[in-house]
Design a protein around this ligand. Structure first.
Ligand code: G6P
Length: 367
């Protein structure tokens, strides 16, 4: 049956509002409610013996993969790295036999990602794909598919599929951590509990819609926008910048907050909004000092944080969106939502074709 927009103006808006349901559906399939342990479908290899995780994808799916990289390193203590699929195979990277190839794709049809998958297979990796379309080319060529249960995504700019990819890979990283003994059963239970809270926290985030709309009015005037984040929220900064470019046609860059002083700081003046993805956690203070540097140069700092973080940044932020406090482990999932919402509202104000932005395709099946 054809999917409709319901009462929403655009598919993207409808899909943004599906975050809580999609995250709930995706997580419930992977976490046992009684034991609070991750329960993956049977894997044809042992996560405990994987020497390395190699991640490849395109666009938003790649940024989801880069968040997952931090989880594999920190939670599962497995060497993990990756590259955009259009570069990956041309580097001809040597990969350790029996490593895990992790491909991420909403459609399962992206030509470059499929080619990366084939390269990884030649390199004798176990091929695991995180896909939203289970009957796809990538599904057919994978050893195992972990499904995102996002439902059809019509808007060209990915929203709910992105957060669902994060949810699936968070579970995979926990399963790997457990298999390798880098986290205990109690730690796993605490982390799955944080994950299971995300759907209701996501619903709270959507209640900030009007505030984010007001911030969008500021952004719509800008020519350039800088997004900053650190650690697992650095890819969320890149995703925020990508979304803004894609649908509002405003130039934006996502940068690692600490790298700002090596370049983008030269661009900052009162006309450049600086959007900070800065949840409380071990990296907060470092990012806060980078934001201080931006504010000192006239940068209009717009903060996405929780109440504790917002209080500390009060003196330098021109706008603050106060999000629910969550475990830093799940923060990138939650913080992706307001960032997508902001891009959406800027695009609406600019009057662009939100669901079908110029020159872009939902799925790119040519190299
Ligand atoms: C296109 C879409 C993006 C998407 C990317 C990868 O560029 O516009 O939203 O992230 O392809 O697509 P995939 O289907 O592989 O996730």
């Amino acid at each position: 049956a054809a999917v409709g927009k319901g009462n929403f103006r655009h598919f993207m808006e409808k899909e943004l509002h599906e975050h809580p349901a999609v995250l709930g559906d995706t997580l419930r399939r992977m976490i046992s409610p009684s034991s609070r342990a991750v329960a993956l479908p049977p894997l044809p290899f042992d996560l405990a013996g994987v020497p390395r995780v190699t991640i490849s994808a395109c666009g938003s799916a790649f940024y989801a993969g880069m968040v997952a990289r931090t989880w594999f390193e920190q939670v599962a203590r497995i060497p993990a790295d990756g590259d955009v699929a259009s570069e990956f195979r041309y580097r001809t990277p040597p990969l350790p036999e029996g490593g895990l190839a992790l491909l991420v794709s909403q459609s399962g049809e992206t030509a470059d990602t499929l080619a990366a998958l084939r390269y990884m297979r030649e390199q004798r990796q176990h091929v695991l794909s995180v896909l939203n379309v289970p009957e796809s080319s990538m599904a057919r060529e994978s050893d195992v598919v972990l499904e995102t249960v996002a439902g059809p995504e019509i808007g060209v700019a990915s929203t709910k599929a992105f957060t669902a990819q994060l949810a699936v890979m968070a579970c995979l990283a926990l399963a790997a951590g457990r298999a390798r003994g880098s986290i205990s059963a109690a730690q796993e239970a605490a982390m799955t509990a944080s994950l299971l809270e995300v759907p209701s926290r996501a619903a709270e985030v959507l209640e900030h819609d009007e505030h984010i709309q007001r911030i969008a009015a500021r952004i719509a005037e800008a020519r350039d926008v800088l997004y900053l984040g650190r650690g697992s929220c650095f890819p969320i900064a890149m995703e925020g910048a990508l979304k803004l470019k894609e649908i509002s046609y405003i130039h934006a860059e996502g940068y690692a907050a600490g790298e700002m002083k090596h370049g983008p700081i030269a661009l900052i003046d009162r006309n450049v909004p600086v959007i900070a993805i800065v949840p409380s956690g071990p990296l907060f203070e470092k990012t806060a000092s980078n934001l201080q540097e931006a504010a000192a140069r006239g940068g209009q700092v717009i903060v996405f944080s929780d109440a504790a973080g917002a209080a500390k940044l009060k003196g330098i932020a021109v706008e603050t969106v106060v999000l629910p406090r969550v475990d830093p482990f799940v923060a990138p999932i939650l913080y992706a939502i307001p960032v997508q919402l902001l891009a959406y509202h800027v695009a609406v104000l600019k009057g662009t074709d939100v669901d079908q932005p110029r020159n872009l395709a939902k799925s790119v099946t040519v190299e």
